[in-house]
Every structure is written in C-alpha cells, then in structure tokens.
Write a protein of this length. Structure first.
Length: 115
C-alpha cells in the first residue's frame, strides 16, 4: 500500500495550493479518504474527509470555507484545494486512507505559508 502526497511548497499568505495524494495497493473506492496536518510541536489535526463514494465531505472549523477535498476514483487520487492560506496553515500535510479495519498514511508534504 502506498499513499504519496505531492503539491506542497512555499506560498505567500492569501495564496493557494493544491495537494494531491496518489493511492496504490488498495481498492480505492472502498476507502474513506482524509487529509490531516501536523504543525511543529502540535498533534495531528484532521482537516477534511470524504467518504468512499464521495457523497459526503466534512471539514474542520479551522479550514471550512477555505479548503476543499475531492477524489478521483478512476485515477485513485484525492486532492485538497487550499485557498486563502494563512501562516498558521504551515504544517506537514498527510493523506489518510481508512476503512473500519485498517488505516494507512502517506509520508507527508510540507506546506509553508510565509511572506
């Protein structure tokens, strides 16, 4: 099983980034997908989740209205569109694939919001 995140980088406050997560080794359509982040010295925070069918999404209050999660079941991809970025969004962002039985993580991608 592999989850490979990409799309992180340095962006100015107010800017946008789109993170991607490529999944392999799993039956992608059977997994709920989520994005988390972890800032230095803090715990891992759930940001956004999308159900296996893509019918339902949920967001943390800290990113609601700014971030959008989506999935492409044909290409086994999940995305996180991040707009209106703030310095406090600086963190390592992780992709997660889960069922009731298992939980997989990617290696993370760094997002730095700074002028």
């Amino acid at each position: 099983v592999q989850l490979v995140e990409s799309g992180g980088g340095l962006v100015q406050p107010g800017g946008s980034l789109r993170l991607s997560c490529a999944a392999s080794g799993i039956t992608f359509s059977g997994y709920h997908m989520s994005w988390y982040r972890q800032a230095p010295g803090k715990g891992r925070e759930l940001l956004a989740a999308i159900t296996s069918t893509g019918a339902t999404t949920n967001y943390a209050d800290s990113v609601k209205g700014r971030f959008t999660i989506s999935r492409d079941t044909v290409n086994n991809m999940v995305y996180l569109q991040m707009n209106s970025l703030k310095p406090e969004d600086t963190a390592v962002y992780y992709c997660n694939a889960a069922t009731w039985a298992v939980n997989y993580w990617g290696q993370g991608t760094q997002v730095t919001v700074s002028s």
